[in-house]
Structures are given as structure tokens and as C-alpha cells.
Design a protein around this ligand. Structure first.
Ligand code: NAD
Length: 554
């Protein structure tokens, strides 16, 4: 398998237009380097807006046949993709590791996630997309058949970040493809290679329908993609999400947003502290802290604060950092970009200047590669950007709280609302605390687990997102437009409310609807005996009637 960009191109090879070939030769090239050792991993041609339009058009042409295959026909291609992914898992993980600088164990997670989603979604999409027959809700639709159909958005555009380049792009692509859409992916310009390889495998190795493609580039390519598709699914920072949402909204295009987070962890005095410390280390350091649902701030009840901190220090001291091969068993690798490394470094330096105490780590590693040492900070508070803004690095700030109320207040004191975790031996209390946290997911005595629960939605509240990915039926139906079909079944020449208008018909229909929708004696049109109902402002409806009659007289 080559990591050089071969361009996914149309599956049915057509002789290339010489002008187009010249254009390709003139296109800018992107170099992808490994953040762990700076070596060149691969190159890609950057797709300008015209190329995005061309690829989008080719996808649109192919989409109707894909939709016509139906869920069972599409599942057969999913099954072949599962085989292909299994056969190429090692090469794909190596490529992921090379373009991100991750530890090998972090890179090896992504292909199995795709297999899980292909199996679960491919196997269930038929049920989730089946036309539904709805019962008439009342008299206005008596004698009608009511159907609800799920019709795919023809072309879905997916814009994804660099932290899980393959997993995140395809966790959105799989349900969209299952729904019958064509899909155009724009992976991060920092990590475009593995997505390109899977798209190539789909089109060239499997010869699958040409309804999946990708484009490479930065903001300009992303903007062109928003303009070219019918539905935008974006994963990335809140800042970029706002730009993408604004652009889609101007064109009245639907979109979904999976954005940044600042996930709190609450440790109660009755928690299993050893498990909580191990969970904090994994939840905060996995993928070098570059996980949207990373543990980003920890609140510990006063009574167990010192014990928890001690255990956490032991956990973090034991993790191994590096990006070697699988035999070296490193736990966490490099930061994915030099800019992200600088951001983490700056946030930690700022917190220390405001009084935070470094318990371990706190700096970049000497030597080659963009590594930041696993870090624990104590004596932190909410005046520090470290406790307010996303870090997205291997940093665990731990704050002492007097009790549950303060922990909940601080956990909710954020413009983000992605996920949280609560640690207590009392599971009922854990669930009760979860219901008071303002975020899209809560793990009780666990970390990152909500991301493994494909039957639950993954979506942020507040500035962490709009809509949700996954969630079973809803995760696939969101890529469809709902179509209502109403079929008249009674053999009448005309419906009772059609023309010609007559006084008795209107009165009769009005009386019928009033009888069904009204309450008590008010069901009867001539009823005058009921006590006047009070309005919210204290006046009675009877008075409103008097006022209306007075108006009519004037
Ligand atoms: P980013 O916002 O910088 O970039 C994301 C993608 O948007 C990239 O592909 C980028 O090229 C593209 N882009 C940039 N400007 C654009 C524009 N104007 N129009 C269209 N596309 C544009 O994010 P990142 O730095 O790649 O990723 C890290 C961020 O992603 C973090 O904030 C993290 O929390 C978030 N994230 C969220 C989730 C989630 O599910 N909520 C998952 C993973 C990552």
C-alpha cells in the first residue's frame, strides 16, 4: 500500500481531459510529516474549489443508483468493506500513527471502531429507514392513509479534525452512506492520508459504487465543500464550527456540529478512589489528551482530595510516552501538531503564573518530536483559562471542592457541554448527579465510555455542538429528509370542506371539530352556561367576547 496520494478519482476510468490534467499538475501539494520525528509520510494534491465542485458533481450523478440499492444492497458493500478493513488493519494503523504521531495502541483503535459501526448500522439500517404507516391523529384525517418516508440528502459533506482522522470521518460517513447518501469527506489538512487510503480501497480495490470520495485542503477547500453539498456534518473546534454553521445557514443547508469540550470529572468522597485515579489518567491522557471527551478538569471532595491526588500521581508516573512500534507498548504519543503543542504549553505556563502547582510534567519533552509530558496541576481555579478553555492535551488539573453542590456549580460553569464523569459508589446518587449536569453525556464511574455506546447519541450541548452523531435510528435518519405522504382512501367525489362553500357545511365542520377538541360543556356551540374561564392576565374569556362584540359594533 502506498501512502502517496493517488487521487480517488471516478471508479469508472475515463480518459482525462488534457486541460484537466494540466490543472492537476499545477495544483498545490501538501506534505504530511510525522509529528513524532518530522519524517515525510506522504504528499497530497490540494483540491481547489473547482475540483471540489467536480467531485461533488460526480458523486451526485452516482447517488441515485446507490439509493436504489436499498439498505440490504448497501449492506453487502459494507460487509465487503469490513473484510477489506480487516485485511488492511495493520497498514492503516501504521499510516494513522505516522500522520498523527500517536502511540500505536491509540492508532489501533480506529479500524475496530469502523468495523463495529459498519456491522451495527449496516445490519439495522433497513429497519430504521423502513417507511412508517402512522395512525390518523383525529377527525381531520379520517379516511386517509398516512405514510412517513425517509429520503436521503443526495450529497453529505463531512469535515473532520486530526485527532482521530479515520474514526471521526467514518463514524459520520457510515450512517450517511447507510441512509443512501453520497458522501464527500474533507479530512484535516494535517492528517489526510488514511482517509484517502480507505476511499481508494473502496473505489479501486473493492470496485464499490463511486458514491464516496474525499477532497484535501484547508479552510478554502472546506468552504467549497459546504457550498457543494446538501448536508454538512462538521467535527472540529467551536471557533471553526461557528464559521461553518454561518456559511451553511446562509444557504439554508442543514448541518450537524460536533465541537470542543472542557469535560469535568467529579470525585465524591465515597468513590472507589483507585478506579477513579486510573480512570482520570486514561480519560485525560489517552491520545495525548486529544480526545473531544477527554477529562479536562477534576473536582475532588475535600475529604479525599489528598488521597486521590497521590493515587493519580502514581498512575501518571507509570505511563510510558513515545510513538514507537507495537512492541514498545507506549501509552501515549506526540501531539498531532506543533501549534497544538504550543497551545498546551502556553495554557500550562499561564496557569502556573497564576498560582497553579505542577505535580508532574508541565513541559515539552527535550529532543525530537512534538511531545508534551503528562501533567498534573493542583491549586487551580476558575480564573485560569486552563479551567475554562479547551486544553486538548495531556494535562490533568485537580481542584479541591467542599462538597457536591460546589462540584456541580463548577462543573456547569462552562460555555462547553460535551460530556462529564461522576465517581461515587452510590449508583443512584451517580444518576441523580448526572441529571443535574449541563452536558450531552455523563459517565458514572467510567470515562470515554459513552463514545463506545453506538445506540446512544453523542452530541454536545451549549457551544459543544448541535445535533448528535450515532444514537441508533436517529443517527441514520438525520441524513434523510422526512417526507409525509397522505393518501385519500374514501371514494368521495369531493371532500366535505372543498368548494362550493355553504354556510351549513362550515358550521357543521366547525361544530364537529369543536365537539372533539373542546372540553365539557364548551364542546357545544350554543353553550352559554359555562363559568367564564380565567385568562393569564386575570380577565375572563367572557370579557374578551364582550370586547370583541363591542369592536364589531363600532
Ligand atoms: P478545526 O476546527 O481547526 O478544523 C476542523 C476541520 O475544519 C479541518 O478539516 C479544517 O481544515 C476545517 N476547516 C477549517 N476552517 C474551515 C472553514 N472556514 N470552513 C470549512 N472548514 C474549515 O479543528 P481541529 O483543530 O482539526 O480539531 C480539534 C478540535 O476538534 C477540538 O476543538 C476538538 O474538541 C474538536 N473535536 C470535537 C469532537 C466532537 O465529537 N465533539 C470530536 C473530535 C474533535
Amino acid at each position: 500500500m502506498s501512502v502517496r496520494d493517488r487521487g480517488a478519482g471516478p471508479a469508472v476510468a475515463r480518459p482525462e481531459d488534457p486541460a484537466l490534467a494540466r490543472g492537476r499538475a499545477e495544483r498545490r501539494t501538501l506534505q504530511v510529516r510525522c509529528p513524532a520525528d518530522s519524517r515525510l509520510v506522504g504528499t497530497c494534491l490540494i483540491d481547489d474549489p473547482a475540483e471540489v465542485v467536480r467531485r461533488a458533481q460526480a458523486l451526485r450523478e452516482a447517488q441515485p443508483q446507490w439509493e436504489a440499492l436499498g439498505p440490504d444492497g448497501r449492506r453487502r458493500w459494507f460487509d465487503l468493506l469490513r473484510d477489506w478493513l480487516c485485511d488492511h488493519a495493520d497498514e492503516l494503523s501504521a499510516l494513522l500513527q505516522a500522520e498523527t504521531g500517536k502511540a500505536r495502541r491509540d492508532a489501533e483503535i480506529e479500524v475496530p471502531v469502523l468495523l463495529d459501526h459498519l456491522r451495527w448500522i449496516g445490519g439495522n439500517a433497513g429497519d430504521w429507514l423502513a417507511p412508517q404507516r402512522r395512525r390518523p391523529h383525529g377527525a381531520t384525517v379520517v379516511g386517509k392513509e398516512l405514510h412517513l418516508l425517509y429520503r436521503p440528502h443526495p450529497l453529505v459533506g463531512i469535515i473532520s479534525p486530526w485527532n482521530f482522522p479515520l474514526g471521526l470521518a467514518f463514524m459520520d460517513a457510515i450512517p450517511a452512506l447507510a441512509a443512501g447518501c453520497a458522501v464527500l469527506i474533507k479530512p484535516s489538512e494535517e492528517t489526510p492520508l488514511t482517509v484517502a487510503e480507505v476511499v481508494r480501497g473502496w473505489r479501486e480495490d473493492l470496485g464499490a459504487p463511486p458514491i464516496l470520495d474525499r477532497v484535501v485542503g484547508d479552510a478554502g477547500t472546506g468552504e467549497a465543500l459546504v457550498d457543494a453539498v446538501d448536508f454538512v456534518q462538521f467535527t472540529g473546534s467551536t471557533k471553526t464550527g461557528r464559521l461553518v454553521a454561518r456559511r451553511a445557514a446562509e444557504q439554508l443547508k442543514p448541518y450537524g456540529m460536533e465541537l470542543g469540550g472542557k469535560d469535568p470529572m467529579i470525585v465524591m468522597r465515597d468513590a472507589d478512589l483507585a478506579r477513579a485515579a486510573a480512570g482520570a489518567a486514561f480519560g485525560g491522557l489517552m491520545n495525548s489528551g486529544q480526545t473531544c471527551v477527554s477529562v479536562e478538569r477534576i473536582y475532588v471532595e475535600d475529604a479525599v482530595y489528598d488521597d486521590f491526588l497521590h493515587l493519580l500521581e502514581q498512575e501518571v508516573a507509570a505511563v510510558r510516552q513515545g510513538a514507537g512500534d507495537v512492541r514498545q507498548r507506549f501509552d501515549l504519543g506526540a501531539m498531532a501538531t506543533a501549534a497544538q503543542l504550543r497551545h498546551v504549553e502556553e495554557q500550562v505556563r499561564d496557569a502556573v503564573s497564576r498560582g497553579a502547582v505542577v505535580r508532574c510534567g508541565g513541559t515539552c519533552l527535550d529532543g525530537e518530536g512534538d511531545f508534551f509530558a503528562p501533567t498534573i496541576l493542583s491549586e487551580v481555579d476558575h480564573s485560569m483559562p486552563l479551567m475554562q478553555e479547551e486544553t486538548f492535551g495531556p494535562v490533568l488539573p485537580v481542584m479541591r471542592v467542599s462538597g457536591l453542590e460546589e462540584a456541580i456549580t463548577l462543573a456547569n460553569d462552562s460555555h462547553y457541554g460535551l460530556s462529564a464523569s461522576v465517581w461515587t459508589r452510590d449508583l443512584e446518587r451517580g444518576r441523580a448527579i448526572a441529571s443535574r449536569l449541563d452536558c450531552g453525556a455523563v459517565n458514572v464511574n467510567d470515562v470515554l465510555a459513552n463514545l463506545q455506546a453506538a445506540s446512544l447519541p453523542h452530541g454536545g450541548w451549549k457551544t459543544s455542538g448541535i445535533g448528535a452523531r450515532m444514537g441508533g435510528a436517529a443517527g441514520v435518519q438525520k441524513y434523510c429528509r422526512q417526507q409525509a405522504v397522505v393518501v385519500a382512501r374514501l371514494p368521495l367525489r369531493r371532500e366535505p370542506h372543498w368548494y362550493p362553500t355553504t354556510p351549513w357545511k362550515g358550521a357543521l365542520i366547525g361544530a364537529l371539530l369543536r365537539a372533539l377538541g373542546g372540553r365539557g360543556r364548551r364542546r357545544l356551540p350554543a353553550c352559554r352556561g359555562a363559568a367564564p374561564a380565567r385568562t393569564r392576565r386575570g380577565r375572563s374569556h367572557e370579557h374578551d367576547g364582550v370586547a370583541r362584540r363591542a369592536l364589531r359594533r363600532t
